[in-house]
Ligand binder design. Structure first.
Ligand code: ADP
Ligand code: MG
Ligand code: MG
Length: 873
């Protein structure tokens, strides 16, 4: 069996489609090798070995050992060097890499193969003693930390002390003798911390390092990251063993990271940072301040041109923006990694538009691959309003690391952020810099502010990936964890104080600032135009008010899939009439109260219909249990008693009678309309009078009346008849006719099972998947929070079924009902109006079932449009 895949010299055994086995890094190294890009050769050990290692007491499968040895031999031949040789050593890096990118989760060891002898050989061979010992001290440090778990600070203290002794400011100020001294001191740290001598045998070093990478897969921080990002189903991490190239041989060497386009706004320009005479993580570690990539053009023009050429090739090949790592060794460029770059929503849209215009990708490809629902979601997020920011309130300016506005109270630790978040308090996590240990707190915070680090720092990368506002590297402020405060000159902000951050402009502002709606540019409309041309499932919105309807139209809704009418019973005058209606002792009294409500409702419908400009509007008749409309505080009860001219005692008794043990399974939905037909009549009248009114003005209207909570065909027939009678009455009185439809919600499991019977009478179905989920699982929507967390932690549920449609159970009911309904009425209009209508994976599911539309909250409409197009492609 094959466990080791070699790459290098223009060929490779793997390719980019083999991420599951080779990890993203390994698969792309193989791919880059095959297309002739300059990468150092090496080999990848499959993630299957990691899985085996973690499940079999840290053992490898039979045969892996031999294949690794063969890999090393092949590498030796390609490089014409011998692994760890005393005179002229081949050195390697040992790098992790799983199928999904997990930034900073697993550690890399560089310069492996060095020992007390080969360091001398390297020095002689390169004629550069300083370089050789710089590599060696880095190796001892990395090996010690990554492989043996020594605290990095132990090494940091030692180097800082030496720098102080020598009056050196930067690592690069240390000379040969100091570095030799440092190597000795590092070895002492190693011995003291582990009880062992630093291992001198290269093969032993390699084994330890490979196992450390495998072991890191099950480290706590890796597990946390996977949990937060819901990464499941992976084998483990692959290990890449790769010949070293050196960015730290002198001033004609460098190492850097760069995006092929600007990941913040999408501009087509190289975007990144580099450091002269440096190695590996120096760029992101914040030890020295890296230079902007544009500077590379000045200091190493040839390498810059090469880099540009390589990036163009990469974009053409991958048809996407790339995030690459490179090293320049004595003027020669090497690429060490490439992957599709994370980007903001704004950048995603611009890059998609540009790449289509540049002919790099077609519209289908751009819609399918270059923008994801999360990007759109981000774009729709509120921004700080420009005019509201007073210069004087700005307490810091940092890098615009991830756009969007966030407002919250300052916290200085991840634990605190998580604690406050659990109590629904919005917080901004303020850290000097973040590390993988902070991901829990970062996820809990509304936004992130760091005082150190660049656009590619941990905070920036993670925040952009999540679409969370972030201001990074704000060195105007000085953070003091001990004092739980940060300062900028005179200004001091303490833990618990409110601040606002603007991730698009890099601003930190004192206080709680108002936020405003985003404003879409031309790029957005162009892209969404392609989306719409490529989808055939409709997207409607759930909107109860004219304002919501107007917003949803702006977001591209093609109708209303659910207009809940309950809010129409609130408001001062209305609620009074409503309460009188509920308390009515006779039909006559009830009718009188409803008559008061009629004009209000009619007016509401006129506005909603108008806002939808002739698109279909599904109105759901009254649904919630009546007691929800009753007063619960003493003052209100007294007022109502006065209004009804009864005693408070009598009123309280009546209220008690209305209370139910299981209101969500109680007197609600069509059960109300059946016990009090006057309610259905009044609502039908309001809807159709509004429709007639608009038709008489020459406007188009498509009302759809929806009966909620139907479980039997008889219930539906009962209500349908009332609607039809009332309609006939309205049309006769008005001397005008409007086309209307009557349909039902399918939200009770029984209704799904007998959908064929209901379909004989109904003109449309709309799946109310919130209630359907509640009743199928038997989980109360309002109480499930108490145990769902635990269920997901324990792996009993993979997702919250109220967010992502449970395809296996609830989805099956949707499928059964759709098929049964369509058997009776092949053209039956079927849609979904639960929360799930805006969840991309649920949208795909609905598309595959052949639903006519999904309906979701206004803010999710663009997301659903994209998800519908992607489902089709
Ligand atoms: P991460 O997954 O954390 O990005 P990498 O495996 O990419 O870790 O390694 C981090 C850095 O180490 C790389 O960006 C590169 O600068 C350096 N590096 C890794 N392998 C080599 C190598 N063979 N030669 C030179 N530098 C290397
Ligand atoms: Mg990397
Ligand atoms: Mg419902």
């Amino acid at each position: 069996e094959k466990y080791v895949y070699t790459f290098g010299g223009g060929v490779a055994e793997g390719n980019k489609s083999m991420k599951d086995l080779l990890g993203g890094k390994g698969a792309n190294l193989a791919e880059m090798s095959s297309i002739g890009l300059p990468i150092p050769p090496g080999f990848t050990i499959s993630a299957e070995v990691c899985k085996y290692y973690n499940e079999h007491d840290e053992q490898w499968q039979d045969g892996v050992e031999k294949q690794v040895q063969q890999g090393i031999h092949q590498l030796e031949e390609l490089m014409d060097l011998t692994f760890g040789d005393a005179a002229d050593p081949l050195l390697v890096s040992v790098r992790s890499g799983a199928a999904k990118s997990m930034p900073g989760m697993m550690d890399t060891v560089l310069n492996l193969g060095l020992n007390d002898q080969s360091v001398k050989g390297l020095a002689r061979k390169t004629d550069n003693e300083r370089f050789a010992y710089d590599c060696y001290r880095r190796f001892i440090d990395m090996f010690g930390c990554v492989v043996m778990g020594i605290d990095h600070d132990r090494f940091e203290e030692v180097i800082q002390k030496l720098k102080d002794e020598e009056g050196a400011e930067l690592d690069t100020d240390l000379g040969v003798e100091e570095l030799k001294e440092l190597v000795d001191r590092y070895k002492a740290v190693y011995r003291k911390s582990t009880g062992y001598m630093f291992p001198q045998n290269p093969n032993e070093q390699l084994h330890y390092a490979i196992n450390a990478v495998f072991g890191s897969w099950s480290s706590k921080r890796a597990k946390t990251y996977r949990k937060i990002n819901r990464i499941t189903g992976l084998l483990g991490t692959a290990v890449n063993v790769q010949a070293m190239v050196y960015g730290n041989m002198g001033d004609d060497c460098a190492t850097g990271v760069c995006f092929t386009r600007n990941p913040a706004d999408g501009t087509n320009e190289l975007y990144g940072e580099f450091l002269i005479n440096a190695q590996g993580e120096d760029v992101v570690a914040g030890i020295r301040t890296p230079q902007n990539i544009s500077k590379l053009k000045e200091v190493m023009p040839k390498s810059y041109d090469e880099l540009q050429e390589v990036t163009e090739k990469l974009e053409e090949h991958y048809q996407d923006m790339q995030d690459i790592e490179f090293t320049i060794q004595q003027g020669e460029l090497f690429i060490l990694q490439t992957r599709n770059g994370k980007r903001t929503g704004t950048a995603a849209i611009k890059i998609a538009d540009d790449m289509v215009n540049e002919g790099l990708i077609d519209k289908e490809g751009a819609v399918l691959n270059l923008v994801n629902p999360g990007h759109l979601d981000q774009l729709l997020h509120p921004q700080l309003s420009q005019s509201d920011v007073d210069e004087k309130e700005i307490i810091g300016e940092g890098l615009p690391a991830s756009p969007g506005a966030a407002v919250g109270k300052v916290v200085f630790s991840s634990e605190q952020a998580e604690k406050e978040h659990a109590q629904d308090h919005p917080v901004i996590l303020v850290r000097i810099e973040t590390s993988p240990e902070d991901v829990g707190g970062m996820s809990a915070a509304e936004g992130i502010l760091t005082s150190r680090g660049g656009m590619t720092s941990h905070a920036a990368v993670v925040a952009r990936g999540w679409g969370k506002p972030c201001v990074a590297g704000c060195d105007d402020i000085v953070i003091n964890y001990e004092a739980q405060s940060f300062t900028n000159g005179e200004v001091t902000i303490k833990a618990g104080d409110w601040i606002s951050i603007d991730g698009a402009r890099g601003l930190v502002i004192k206080g709680q600032k108002p936020v405003e709606e985003p404003d879409f540019g031309d790029d957005f409309h162009t892209f969404m135009g392609w989306v719409d041309s490529l989808r055939d499932m409709k997207v409607r919105t759930n909107a109860d008010t004219p304002e919501d309807a107007i917003r949803a139209r702006k977001f591209g809704a093609q109708g209303i899939g659910l207009a809940r009418t309950e809010h129409m019973f609130f408001g001062e005058e209305r609620i009074k009439a409503m309460r009188r209606m509920i308390m009515a002792e006779s039909d006559g009294e009830r009718r009188k109260a409803l008559k008061v409500l009629l004009p209000y409702q009619k007016q509401d419908f006129i506005q909603i219909f108008e806002a939808m400009e002739g698109l279909p509007v599904t109105v759901r008749l009254l649904d919630p249990p009546l007691h929800e409309f009753l007063p619960d505080d003493e003052e209100e009860i007294k007022a109502l008693a006065d209004d009804l001219q009864i005693s408070v005692r009598d009123l309280n008794r009546k209220i008690r009678l209305l209370k139910e043990f299981n209101p969500m399974l109680g007197h609600r939905g069509c059960r109300l309309g059946i016990t009090y037909p006057e309610i259905t009549e009044m609502q039908t009248r309001a809807i159709l009078e509004a429709a007639v009114h608009l038709k008489k003005e020459g406007k188009k209207v498509q009302p759809e009346i929806m009966i909620p909570l139907v479980g039997t065909a008889e219930e539906f027939i009962h209500q349908h008849e009332i609607v039809d009678h009332t309609a006939a009455d309205v049309f006769a009185l008005e001397n005008e006719v409007v086309d209307y439809k009557v349909g039902t919600m399918i939200e009770i499991p029984r209704a799904a099972i007998v959908a064929d019977k209901i379909a004989e009478e109904a003109e449309f179905f709309s799946f109310g998947t919130n209630d359907l989920t509640q009743m199928t699982y038997g989980y109360s929507r309002d109480d499930a929070g108490k145990f769902l967390e635990t269920y997901m932690k324990e792996g009993i549920l993979e997702n919250d079924p109220f967010q992502t449609l449970d395809e296996e159970g609830v989805g099956r009911l949707v499928e059964i009902a759709t098929n049964k309904g369509r058997k009776v009425q092949p053209k039956l209009k079927v849609g979904i109006c639960g929360e799930h209508g805006g969840d991309p994976s649920s949208v795909r599911f609905c598309y595959n079932l052949g639903l006519n539309y999904v309906s979701c909250s206004p803010y999710r409409v663009p997301v659903a449009r994209l998800a519908a197009a992607q489902a089709r492609l």
